[in-house]
Ligand binder design. Structure first.
Ligand SMILES: Nc1ncnc2c1ncn2[C@@H]1O[C@H](COP(=O)(O)OP(=O)(O)OP(=O)(O)O)[C@@H](O)[C@H]1O
Length: 384
C-alpha cells in the first residue's frame, strides 16, 4: 500500500489560489464513500489538495483497499471540482487525482514476534456446513488482493480442508524454516496455508476437539506469514463450520479484527448464522456483516431468476442483529466450476459480475474494519 509519499510543496502560493484550494478541500469532504456509506468528512480519510505547474492535484486516502475504484473516484472528484473551480483563478488548470489506501492494524494483543506484521485477522465462518464458506473465504481473499492489499489465507477447516483444491495447490508442500516454521504456499498472489498441505492419503483428519484446536493454533502461529520487515494487510481464516469450542478458541486466541458470516437463505442455515453472530459478539469480535450465498438461481437455459431457497433472509438477520448485509451471491454454475478446478471466480473472470460482487463484499468488510479501528479519531485535511 502506498504511504503518504504524494505531497506537493507550495510555500508561496498566492492567497487567492490558497483560498481556492481550501474551497476545493471543503467540497471534497462531502463526497460519498461507497465502502463505508459515509461522507469523507465523517471518516478519518486524508484529503490532500495541491497546485503546481497549472495542475490541481487531489489525493484521497482511505483505510481499506479499493484500487479498482480509482477511475470511479476520479470521475466523481472531477465532477465535484469542476463547478467549484470554474471561473476562478484555477478555472483552466488540469486535474490530477489519485486514490490511496493506508490500512490500519487491529491491536493484536500478545502475539509471537513473527506475527506482528499481520495487521488484521478476518474469520470467515458459518453456523452450518456446506453453505459456501470456503468458496467465500477464497474469493474474499482474492478480492482484497485485487483491490491492492497484501493477503494471506489460512484454511482452518481441519475436518475437510478444501482450499488446496479451490486454489489448485493440491500437490504443494510448504517449506520448513529453522525446523519450526512453515513458509506459506503462494497461490494467485495470496500467501496460503492449509492443513491439507500437511496431510497425506494415509493420515485422514480424525481429530478430537482439543487436538483439533491445538492443531489449528499451531498452524496459525507456526506459519511465517510475512518475512522480516514485511506486512500482511489481511489474513483471511476459513473457519471450520459450526459454533463449537474450536471456533471459540480461535476467536479468543487470535485477536480477530472481525468476522464475516456466510449463510444461505434457508431458515435452518439462517438460524445457525444467528448462532455465529452471537458467538462472535460474546467474545467481542466485531461482526463485519453477512454474506448471503446461493441467493438466487438463474436458469442457464432461459435466464429466468428465482429465489430457490427463499428470499430476504440475510437482510432480515443483518437488520435484527444490527450488522450489515455485505452482499448476495447467486447460485451459479460458474462459481462451482471455478472452485472445483482451482480457479475461483475472482481470478478466472475478474471482470465478470460474480467477481464484482466479491470485490464489493471485500471493500465493505475491510471498510468496516477501518471504521472499528478509527472510532473516535478525527479527519485530517492537508492543503498546500
Ligand atoms: N454461489 C454458489 N453457486 C454454486 N455453487 C456454489 C456456490 N457457493 C458454493 N458452491 C459450491 O458448493 C459446494 C460447497 O461449498 P464450500 O466448500 O465453499 O462450502 P463450505 O460451507 O465451506 O462447506 P464445508 O462446511 O464442507 O467446509 C462447493 O462445491 C462449491 O463449489
Amino acid at each position: 500500500m502506498s504511504e503518504h509519499g504524494h505531497e506537493h510543496e507550495h510555500a508561496e502560493l498566492p492567497p487567492e489560489v490558497q483560498g481556492e484550494l481550501e474551497r476545493l478541500a471543503e467540497c471534497l469532504g462531502s463526497l460519498h464513500d461507497p465502502g463505508t456509506g459515509r461522507i469523507l468528512d465523517e471518516l478519518d480519510a486524508d484529503i490532500e489538495v495541491g497546485y503546481e505547474g497549472d495542475t490541481v492535484y487531489v489525493g484521497v486516502t482511505l483505510g481499506y483497499p479499493c484500487a479498482t475504484l480509482q477511475e470511479d473516484w476520479h470521475e466523481r472528484v472531477r465532477e465535484a471540482c469542476m463547478p467549484t473551480l470554474r471561473g476562478g483563478p484555477l478555472g483552466k488548470a488540469a486535474l490530477q487525482f489519485e486514490l490511496f489506501s493506508d490500512i490500519p492494524a487491529t491491536e493484536a494483543g500478545e502475539v509471537p514476534a513473527h506475527m506482528r506484521g499481520v495487521k488484521n485477522i478476518v474469520a470467515v465462518a458459518s453456523g452450518k456446513g456446506g453453505v459456501g464458506k470456503s468458496t467465500t473465504a477464497v474469493n474474499l481473499a482474492l478480492a482484497l488482493a485485487a483491490e491492492g492489499a497484501r493477503v494471506g489465507l489460512l484454511d482452518a477447516d481441519i475436518y475437510g480442508p478444501s482450499l488446496p483444491t479451490m486454489l489448485g495447490t493440491e500437490d504443494a508442500r510448504p517449506e520448513v524454516r529453522d525446523q519450526k516454521f512453515f513458509l506459506p504456499v503462494e497461490a494467485h498472489g495470496l500467501k496460503t496455508m492449509s492443513i491439507g498441505y500437511l496431510m497425506t492419503e494415509e493420515t485422514p483428519a480424525v481429530w478430537r476437539g482439543p487436538m483439533a484446536s491445538g492443531a489449528l493454533n499451531q498452524i496459525l502461529t507456526q506459519t511465517l506469514w510475512c518475512g522480516e520487515g514485511e506486512e500482511l494487510d489481511y489474513l483471511v481464516v476459513d473457519m471450520p463450520p459450526g459454533t463449537g469450542d474450536i471456533q471459540l478458541t480461535l476467536a479468543q486466541k487470535a485477536t480477530l479484527a472481525g468476522a464475516v458470516i456466510v449463510t444461505t437463505p434457508q431458515d435452518l442455515a439462517l438460524k445457525d448464522a444467528i448462532k455465529g453472530v452471537e458467538m462472535f459478539r460474546k467474545v467481542d469480535v466485531p461482526v463485519l456483516g453477512i454474506v448471503e450465498n446461493m441467493s438466487l438461481h438463474t436458469c442457464s437455459n432461459c435466464g429466468h431468476t428465482e429465489p430457490v431457497f427463499g428470499s430476504g433472509g440475510g437482510e432480515r438477520i443483518a437488520a435484527s442483529y444490527d450488522t450489515g448485509l455485505l452482499g448476495q451471491l447467486p447460485l451459479a454454475m460458474s462459481i462451482r466450476e471455478g472452485t472445483d478446478r482451482g480457479l475461483p471466480s475472482v481470478v478466472s473472470d475478474p471482470d465478470g459480475e460474480v467477481a464484482q460482487h466479491y470485490r464489493e463484499i471485500a471493500r465493505r468488510a475491510s471498510a468496516e474494519i477501518w471504521l472499528h479501528a478509527e472510532e473516535g479519531s478525527t479527519p485530517e485535511i492537508e492543503i498546500g
